[in-house]
Design a protein around this ligand. Sequence first.
Ligand code: SER
Length: 358
Amino acid sequence: MSGQPVRNLLRSCVPRASFVRKYNGVSGVAPGVKDKNEHPNVLITGSLGQLGTGLAKVMRQRYGRNNVIMSDILKPSKEILESGPYVFADILDFKKLQELIVNYNIDWIIHFSALLSAIGENNVPLAMRVNIEGLHNVLELAKQYRLKIFVPSTIGAFGPDSPRDPTPDLCIQRPRTIYGVSKVHAELMGEYYYHKFGMDFRSLRFPGIISADTNPGGGTTDYAVKIFHDALKTGHFKCYLREDTRLPMMFIDDCLRSVVEFMETPDSKLKMRTYNVTAMSFTPGEIVEEVRKHVPELKVTYEIDGRQDIADTWPKRFDDSNARADWGWKHTLDLPGMCKAMFDFLAPSEKPEQRIKM
Ligand code: SER
């Protein structure tokens, strides 16, 4: 993964004192071998999804190329293979995961393997295996090997009975998707392991994430990524949510930085194990208006599908004031800034009037 958004993030992640000791080179250093006082060794599961490639890049800059092990069940691109250690790992294969933890001397697990909201509804048994059994495996590993563990949660962990505008950290959670149910399960299990076994479990509830060089895989908020590709490729955006459907969102650089900053926060500062984080909140109508400042001729049609029913049960705005107060969470991009960052990445050399290609 390369490009502007991640470069911006790298600039914005200023190393803290404990992380400035220079990583002593890449060549000749076996993956995972390090001085224990230096950087953590990190295993990222599901790393070929929307967030993993970017997070590996950011963490490798901070902790060292060989300290961050990407894993997935897919064949990686040449670029990924050349960027640092990449291994096959099926989240359902506990023994293989044990082997990886031992062989790479892992300290942290970032557990990204999951089926998202829309795709999960189309294959509930698979979603249960990956999202629930997979989680049990990584929790058990984290307990056995005393690892710090990060599991993302989501706006989808709330449901129609939750307060939706805004949605606080602590309130009724009765989601109606298997994805949401599995994420509430992850939050509760992680917090249980924290209290019962002292395991350093951390989770952030993410809004829809808008990324430039990776794609989300089957979520309800994917339209907010699709609009940019449709605008540039065909000039016609077909939206599957109603024009007035408000959902919380965040640009990927802010999302990846939130993970790094949260993981580096001393335990003593955390008052909870699971925090809401967000950056902005908009409707399809509002993002269309903003995108038209870059692609004035953009044509938009609304063809509503089953994802509307999911969106109608989710938070409209997210209250992340606890994350801001407890560990200093701060987003950098709002709707106009995010749209500019997307176009700067996807069509850097074109002026707004040149961006439409019919
Ligand atoms: N982006 C996710 C989805 O739409 C929400 O966490 O499923």
